[in-house]
Design a protein around this ligand. Structure first.
Ligand code: FAD
Length: 404
């Protein structure tokens, strides 16, 4: 899959990232993790505290998949709101998913403090504003539900918003204690940490074919080596779908820009994460080196060439959208990309367990909070692999079982 095109920002923030050899021999392990992006690193992190023998492989360099295009707003409410999830799945299941996501965010923050490479995690509040006055009743309903389940939110009126920001919006929900991170440094730091705990990591090692046995599965690399494992986590991001299609997954094209560093953020209350009720939505955050990341204008474009052809006009449009909110901040795009972004039809991330690919778990934290969902799912998979089960997997995240 041609995951992304453009001038990527995150890899420029860590020029001497650790690198790893490619696999040159046949090996065995207890758990093979296919994918060295943030989700594979999270799985390796949880499993590195067990006494299992773990191997991670990636066909690219560590962190050069979608991890490098992730805008990394760390939030628990996503494209499908609490209200929408509760309508689809019931309040109990929807609130459990949000609570697990909140816990996942806290774990990302805690783990960030322990890494040899500092991933610039910062707690940030979020502003979720009504794009249209007609969305205000939906925002009120969402706020009431969030409050009922104890989430830390405030409801802001038009007057309150205009005291904090240079724009007028009819209403907003203000979320406390979300966050932002550098996903590339986070992944590089986690990989370095787990390698120090004995996890074997191989870059530029692509698997294609496989051979299934009763108690194990062997994957073959394109360079002719084999990896035999008792269990396999396929943490291949959107490329999980190259191994197995799933009808709940939706892939669209997304666009982001990263601006020049900005000196004065006084107009931007608390440097909050900002997003809106429109779908698709525009969203923005700031970075450790005082740049602004703006994303959105997603489209249902399937072909990479068509996606990339729109990059130059989308980058200008994103700056235009930003300037509608902050007309006095002078910014221009220094980095920009078009990329595939994956969500799910039902709004929940998923772990795929398929009868025709036994011993394998597909980690698909698809959705706009993909990084947070992957943290939740990686921990669940640790339990499934070490204890045999996890109630949240069975109740919420198992999406598909196919017949042989
Ligand atoms: C534009 C954009 C904005 C986003 N914004 C946010 C956000 O604000 N907040 C948030 O939480 N999430 C966001 N996400 C989602 C987030 O980026 C993803 O959830 C996360 O990066 C996925 O990480 P991953 O490790 O699963 O995938 P990847 O980083 O793609 O890693 C998977 C790895 O698997 C490897 N691989 C694939 N196939 C094979 C094979 N056959 N053999 C060996 N290796 C293989 C690939 O090379 C790749 O490195 C965003 C995504 C996009 C595209």
């Amino acid at each position: 899959m041609n995951l992304q095109t453009g001038k990527l920002y995150w890899p420029t923030t860590l020029l001497n990232a650790p690198s790893y050899d490619s696999l040159q021999e046949d090996i065995k392990c207890d758990v093979l993790i296919i994918g060295g992006g943030s989700s594979g690193a999270m799985c390796a992190h949880y499993l590195s505290d067990t006494n299992l023998d773990i191997v991670v492989i990636d066909k690219r360099k560590v962190g050069f998949g979608s991890t490098s295009s992730n805008t990394a707003l760390i939030q628990y409410i996503g494209e499908k709101t609490f209200t929408q999830l509760a309508n689809s799945f019931g309040e109990e299941k929807a609130s459990r998913h949000l609570q697990l996501s909140k816990n996942g965010m806290m774990e990302i923050e805690e783990v960030s403090k322990t890494l040899p490479i500092h991933p610039d995690f910062v707690q940030r509040d979020s502003l979720y504003y009504a794009s249209d006055p007609e969305d205000v009743p939906k925002l009120q309903q969402e706020y009431t539900l969030l409050k009922k389940y104890g989430f830390e939110v405030d409801f802001l009126t038009k007057g309150e918003i205009s005291k904090l920001y240079p724009f007028n919006k009819e209403a907003a929900i203000y979320f406390k204690n979300d966050g932002e991170i550098n996903p590339y440094k986070f992944t590089a730091g986690l990989m370095q940490k787990v390698q120090n705990k004995g996890v074997r990591i191989y870059e530029e090692t692509e698997v294609k074919g496989r051979d299934i046995e009763k108690d194990s599965i062997t994957f073959f690399t394109t360079k002719g080596n084999s990896i035999k494992a008792s269990k396999v986590i396929i943490a291949a991001g959107y490329e999980c779908l190259d191994f197995k299609k799933d009808k709940n997954a939706v892939i669209v094209s997304a666009y982001t820009v990263v601006t020049n560093p900005v000196k004065d953020f006084s107009a931007w209350h608390n440097r909050t994460l900002i997003w809106e009720t429109a779908r698709p939505y525009i969203y923005m955050r700031t970075t450790a080196d005082n740049r602004i990341i703006i994303g959105g204008l997603d489209e249902n474009i399937e072909y990479a060439k068509q996606r990339d052809a729109k990059l130059m006009s989308k980058k200008d449009k994103l700056i235009e959208e930003f300037n509608k909110l902050f007309p006095d901040m002078k910014v221009y795009p220094e980095f920009y990309l078009s990329g595939y972004y994956g969500g799910t039809h039902d709004g929940l991330p998923m772990i795929g367990i398929y009868d025709d690919i036994p011993h394998c778990y597909f980690l698909m934290g698809y959705g706009d909070n993909g990084m947070v969902y992957n943290m939740v799912l990686a921990k669940i998979l640790r339990d499934v692999i070490t204890k045999g089960s996890n109630a949240d997997l069975d109740n919420i995240y198992i999406q598909t079982r196919s017949k042989l």
